[in-house]
Structure formats: structure tokens, C-alpha cells
Design a protein around this ligand. Structure first.
Ligand SMILES: Cc1cc2nc3c(=O)[nH]c(=O)nc-3n(C[C@H](O)[C@H](O)[C@H](O)COP(=O)(O)OP(=O)(O)OC[C@H]3O[C@@H](n4cnc5c(N)ncnc54)[C@H](O)[C@@H]3O)c2cc1C
Length: 477
């Protein structure tokens, strides 16, 4: 019997390490060192996913063992108490996890317990797609060409009911289950020291994820290439928290998109499916970057000749966080973030650009707010997105191409529907006035929506200042 250590793979189906084992006892460790970096939305989603995973095991005569503590202490202890042959897990490529895994491997070696790990979270692990010089790619289009041409394995089967071990049968000494190990109840958010999240979160669990995937692949995927840039159309998969916590396997996602590709009725539908598959490759691209450059969490991926002179401005930072900047699409995005813990990709780009260029605030502060508020926060993708917007990352937006938030609003929310959903003060304002809001005169703004703020900055002026700041950082002029 193996002990399967669930981490960012909160599912039993299409789970590589689990399917590679025979009989397995599943365990999850609530690791205080990891929880110290977590935030209410993610912990709430994770607990919901754990509850769903535990039900899956219970319906098959088993249970999920939930342990709180340091995995390097708990796993050898549990493995020895139940006489497990090995501890197995799926690899996680983020910096914190890599250190934790090394400590667990050492502790298991010291305890004389075998262990094995598998590549599961992404198709092609770091180091498997490299430049001719053997480095990670810093340009996505080259990575994508190689990534898409590689074979993608089919989903792995879930364990048979007979292979699911009941913890009550595994331990000679049931006392082990009542000390620091508890298979009876999951802790609450408060038990773990977290407040209730501000956002109204989506439900977690494998079934929810598969429903989302199937619904998306039956219809929206065929218009994805167009709709993804129009937040009001809600045409993206919403799979990000599920991919983050592994409530769905990547092979399952790929198989569904492949089937959609085969069923597409024309070239444009096929292209749209490929546009979605390309986003899955971005996720792997950023995982490779983080693995190769773990310092990108705090340092620029690309340094300029001189430091970029980011500003400190508490009032502007707070207005951005509160969705009170007077730039309607920025405010809609920031309020959606607080309300739902999720934001459309185009809008994430717009608010991050406003933050790093119009406000000239340090991308690390914006990243930190996203980290606290996003239910799908994923270090690799989040840092990748922020550094892209800040013109410091791989494949980044060139510093001189600065989004105009009013034009972006007009282009990507032509009817003002997205803005009106999240900014009720503008509910009765016609779309043309929403788009022009930052350049209307004060009297007109007050007449149209007295409760909505005037713009906190002048985009044209801020654009010039950002250009000058980046040119100084480059050492130009
Ligand atoms: C500043 C900024 C911060 C971001 N932070 C995160 C984050 O913390 N976690 C996160 O998962 N994504 C992040 N993204 C990427 C992207 O915005 C989200 O993945 C996407 O909006 C999630 O919605 P969806 O599942 O409906 O995506 P879909 O469009 O349906 O895409 C499917 C999946 O592909 C992956 N994906 C899509 N776009 C990207 C991308 N640009 N980069 C990497 N992976 C992508 C995600 O796993 C996503 O679930 C960020 C983007 C920006 C610009």
C-alpha cells in the first residue's frame, strides 16, 4: 500500500501519481508554512475542494486523511504508523513547493520510507522544452510551437473502489488518528486563522470542474478567440481556480478540447479551439519561467540599465484597490476582483497597465493585492501577468505601448455592460459617456453620476511621465 500525498491535485480522476500506484491511502497535510502565504479566497476554495475529494473517497469505502503540521514530520510518521510501502505525490514546480519537497524527501529517507513523484500538473515539465542552448524560453511563440507539437497523454483512470484504502483499516493503533491526524472533520477557515473571504466564490470540486469544462467545450470554446477579450460576454472557461488546485486534470481538459476540435464545423471554430489550447500553453510557459528563475517573484525578469523609479502613493494605491479611480473599466475590474475573486484576462491586463504605467506604482504591490484577492492566484501566472504589464517580464508589453484605459473600455466593453454590472453608480449612464468619462468636464460628470468619482489622474500626462521614467531606466536621453 502507498500513501498518496494530495497537494495541488485535489481529485482522484486523471491523477498521474495516484493512477501509477496500486492500493493507496490518500492524505492531505495542512502545512502552516504554506498557509502563511495563503489568503481567505484560496483557503476557502481549497477546503471546499477537500470536502468534495473526501466525499469521493468515502463513497468508495475509503476516506481522506487530513493532517495538520509540517509534512516533513507528518508524512514519515503516518507512513510508518500504517506500514505504507511508499509515499507518492505529483510534482509542484513553484519555489516554495520545491523546498518543501526536498525536506520531505530527506525526512522520508531518514525514516527509511520509499518515495516517488510524478509529473502531473502540466504536460511538459521544466527542462523538457528548451532553446537549442538548453535554456528555458523567454519568448512564448517559440515555446508554443514546440509545446503544441508534443504528444499529449490521455487522461489517467481513477482508482478502482478496491484500491481505495480506508484509514480505519490501515492503522493498528487507532490512536494515531486522534492525535494530530483527523479523518473525521475538516477544519474551518477560522480554525486555520482566516477571515471569511470578501468575495462570493464559485464552488470547488472535480464534478463542478468537469461540468464547467463540458459546458465550455460544447459551445463557448467555438467563439472563445473573439469573446475572451469582451468581459461582458463571459466567454472564457473559468477553469483557472480548478487548474490551480487540480480539481481537474490537464489531460482531461485537453481531451475535451481535442474532441471539440474534431466536432468543429469550420476553420474559424477550429482556430478558436486552438486559441484556447494556446492559453493552456501560456500556463506551462510561465511554470517553466518560474522554475528557471524563482527570483521573478520579487525581481524583474529583465533588468533595465537603471532601476525603474516606481512611485509611492498611498492615496492612488487605495483608490485602485477600492475601484475608485474614475476610470470605469479599471474600477469595474477592481470591484469584480473583490466581489468574485476572479477577473477576465483582458481586464486584468488593463488594471495592471493602469497600475504600473498611469500610477507608476511598483508591480510587486499590485501583484501582492492580486495574490490576496484572487481565488485562482498562481505564482507563475500572476507574476508573469504583472511583469508583462510592467514591461519587465518575458515577452513583455514594450514600455512605450501604454494602454489607454478609455479606449480599452470602448473597444472591449462597447455597450458599457461590464462596467454597469460592477459600477452601479454608472448604471444609467449611456455607453458613450462611460467611455468618455475621464475626459468629460466636471459639471457633466456630476450631472450624469454624482456618486461616481472624477478621474484621479490625467491619462495623457501620466502616459508622458511613464515614457520618461522608462526611458530614464533604459539610460536613454
Ligand atoms: C496581471 C495578471 C495576473 C494574472 N494572474 C493570474 C493568476 O494568478 N492565476 C491564473 O491562473 N492566471 C492569471 N492570469 C492569467 C489569466 O488572466 C487567467 O488565467 C484567466 O483570466 C483565467 O480565466 P479562465 O479560466 O476563464 O481562462 P481561460 O481564458 O478559459 O483560459 C484557460 C486556462 O488557461 C490558463 N491561462 C489563460 N490565460 C493565461 C495567461 N495569460 N497566462 C497564464 N495562463 C493562462 C489558465 O489556467 C486558464 O484557466 C493573470 C493575467 C494577468 C494579466
Amino acid at each position: 500500500m502507498d500513501l498518496h500525498w494530495h497537494r495541488r491535485d485535489l481529485r482522484a480522476t486523471d491523477n498521474r501519481a495516484l493512477s501509477d500506484t496500486g492500493r493507496a491511502l490518500p492524505v492531505f497535510v495542512l502545512d502552516d508554512a504554506i498557509l502563511a502565504h495563503a489568503s481567505p479566497p484560496r483557503v476557502a476554495f481549497m477546503l471546499d475542494a477537500l470536502d468534495s475529494l473526501r466525499s469521493w473517497y468515502r463513497e468508495r469505502g475509503g476516506d481522506l486523511l487530513v493532517v495538520r503540521g509540517d509534512p516533513a514530520e507528518e508524512l514519515p510518521r503516518v507512513a510508518r504508523s500504517c506500514g505504507a510501502d511508499r509515499v507518492v505525490w505529483n510534482r509542484d514546480y513553484s519555489g516554495l513547493a520545491a523546498d518543501r519537497d526536498a525536506a520531505v524527501r530527506d525526512a522520508l529517507d531518514d525514516a527509511g520510507v520509499d518515495h516517488a513523484s510524478a509529473n502531473d500538473a502540466i504536460f511538459h515539465p521544466p527542462g523538457s522544452i528548451t532553446t537549442n542552448q538548453g535554456n528555458h524560453y523567454s519568448v512564448f511563440s517559440y515555446f508554443w510551437k514546440k509545446w503544441r507539437d508534443r504528444d499529449k497523454p490521455a487522461p489517467y483512470d481513477a482508482p478502482e473502489a478496491g484500491d481505495v484504502v480506508d484509514p480505519r483499516d490501515a492503522f493498528d493503533d487507532p490512536g494515531v488518528l486522534t492525535s494530530s491526524t483527523d479523518s473525521g472533520s475538516l477544519p474551518s477557515l477560522a480554525d486555520l486563522g482566516f477571515d471569511r473571504p470578501e468575495a462570493d466564490l464559485p464552488p470547488a470540486g472535480h464534478e463542478v470542474a468537469v461540468d464547467l469544462l463540458e459546458e465550455f467545450c460544447a459551445d463557448d470554446v467555438y467563439r472563445y478567440a473573439d469573446d475572451r477579450d469582451y468581459p461582458a460576454r463571459e466567454g472564457t472557461s473559468r477553469l483557472s481556480p480548478h487548474l490551480k488546485f487540480g480539481t481537474v486534470g490537464i489531460r482531461r481538459v485537453w481531451a475535451a478540447t481535442d474532441a471539440a476540435h474534431a466536432d468543429a464545423s469550420d476553420e474559424s471554430e477550429r482556430d478558436s479551439v486552438v486559441a484556447f489550447q494556446r492559453q493552456l500553453a501560456w500556463r506551462e510557459f510561465y511554470a517553466h519561467v518560474l522554475d528557471a528563475r524563482p527570483d521573478v517573484v520579487t525581481e524583474n525578469y529583465r533588468e533595465y540599465e537603471h532601476d525603474v523609479a516606481w512611485r509611492d502613493d498611498e492615496a492612488e494605491l487605495q483608490a485602485w484597490k477600492d475601484g475608485e479611480t474614475g476610470y470605469p473599466i479599471v474600477d469595474a475590474g477592481m470591484r469584480q476582483l473583490r466581489a468574485e475573486g476572479w477577473v477576465n484576462n483582458r481586464v486584468r491586463m488593463i488594471v495592471a497597465s493602469f497600475f504600473t504605467k498611469d500610477l507608476l506604482l511598483d508591480w510587486r504591490e499590485g501583484y501582492d493585492w492580486y495574490r490576496r484577492k484572487l481565488v485562482d492566484h498562481d505564482t507563475a501566472n500572476d507574476v508573469g501577468g504583472w511583469q508583462w504589464a510592467a514591461s519587465t517580464g518575458t515577452d513583455a508589453q514594450p514600455y512605450f505601448r501604454i494602454f489607454n484605459p478609455a479606449t480599452q473600455c470602448e473597444r472591449h466593453d462597447p455597450d458599457g455592460e461590464y462596467v454597469r454590472t460592477y459600477v452601479p453608480e454608472l448604471r444609467d449612464v449611456p455607453p458613450a459617456k462611460i467611455h468618455a468619462w475621464p475626459t468629460l468636464d466636471d459639471a457633466e460628470r456630476e450631472a450624469l453620476a454624482p456618486d461616481y468619482p472624477h478621474p484621479i489622474v490625467d491619462h495623457a500626462e501620466r502616459r508622458e511621465r511613464a515614457l520618461a521614467t522608462f526611458e530614464a531606466a533604459r539610460g536613454d536621453g
